[in-house]
Design a protein around this ligand. Sequence first.
Ligand code: SF4
Length: 440
Amino acid sequence: MHDIAFLVYAPDRQRRKNNSFDGNDNVGAYVIIEVLERAGHKVAFCGPATAHRYRVVLVSFTSTYDLYAFYRAVALRPDWQPDRRPFVVVGGGFGLQNPTVVRHYVDYAVFGRGEDIVADLVGQVVGGGQFTHESVMRLPEIYSVKVAQARQLYHGPRFKEAFIGCPNKCKFCHYTWARRSMGNGGQYVQDTLTHGNSPEILFKQIGSISRKYGRIRTAIDGFSERLRVLYGKKITNQEIVDGFNHIGAFAGNTVVICYNIGNMPTETESDRAELYDLFKRIKPRHRVIVVLHTTPFRPSLLTPLQFAPVQLDPSASALRFKEIVSTGTFMAKHSMSNEGPFSHLQCVVAERATPATDRLFHTICFSKKLRSQNSNGQVRLLEAHFDLSPYLRRYDPTEVHAPGWFLESYVPTRMIRKAFLWTEKDPAGRRGRVAKVKGL
Ligand code: SF4
């Protein structure tokens, strides 16, 4: 019999088959399985109803929405209640930045890279012991932990890493502030998840493309030059024009999925108008179709902007699939799957959760009345019954329980706080400075 199983739980979003594995190439979970197998453990898969057959159940949280999916899958089951659970639950992954909302259903939360931790943890727990580590939280208590960093690039039998993290320091990006950059990060070209079919290329590197791609992914992350400079992306308007014209220099159609962040702190209508006007100046030789996929700004934990205020945008859903500009060989339109205000709210509720969030979180997961509304209606209904200000307001970085108070990264906390205050002092982004921290 196996002692250990990975939990496969139902998806929160229709397009995925399940949240942990098949639907989204869960490389992180398979790396953990490899590590455990090399340490002599056998790892099976289980569902919420078969978890009781194992001593240790591993749960992968790939995004914040997985917290909702997991909670829906287990919170009403008698065999998953803390006082009756015959197995130990170990959770980790990028979606588990704040485990507060699932603290009664996960026993150990692992923060950061788990490959040097998990074999010891599981070995200890399978033997009936307890485990302590600076990067592991023993729930339900919430206390300070240090996000674990990789000691080296992972090279296992199935997966080999070329780089970790990103040398840039965009002030909204959890990835770069939570993972120390290692390996070939200067050339951020990620294509393993799409098997090379749709490479993801830093916008700044688009000029170095020397062949035709049918489809590429890139990011501008800000409607105006001011926002991009202020929050770290530092892409000028001219670079956007030149970049898209360069892609269009190769014969045939090119589709560009262009990730963007909207509703940034201090963003106004004129910031948006700046990008739409800029698109009119792009005239590639061959056809380029840009799908602008705008995700609303969220104050991700451990980033300088974790303290920033959040604005829900009631018009976000209405923009879906709308054409922005169509001039000759260039067309830009909004993505079909731009996120609505309720999804946005769910994300900030889970990331800024405190124990006082429990009733709101449970309501979002299980209220039938809520499910019958559209995205704007869901937000209005919640506003009528709950105080949403803790999830949306600006925080002073020195507040005792400011968001992310329990997380410590490889970047000193005081530098993260300082970087936030700089953005507030210089909303025009004149200095365009990013945190220059020794050792980053
Ligand atoms: S958002 Fe910025 S810091 Fe994050 S991965 Fe992209 S370029 Fe790097």
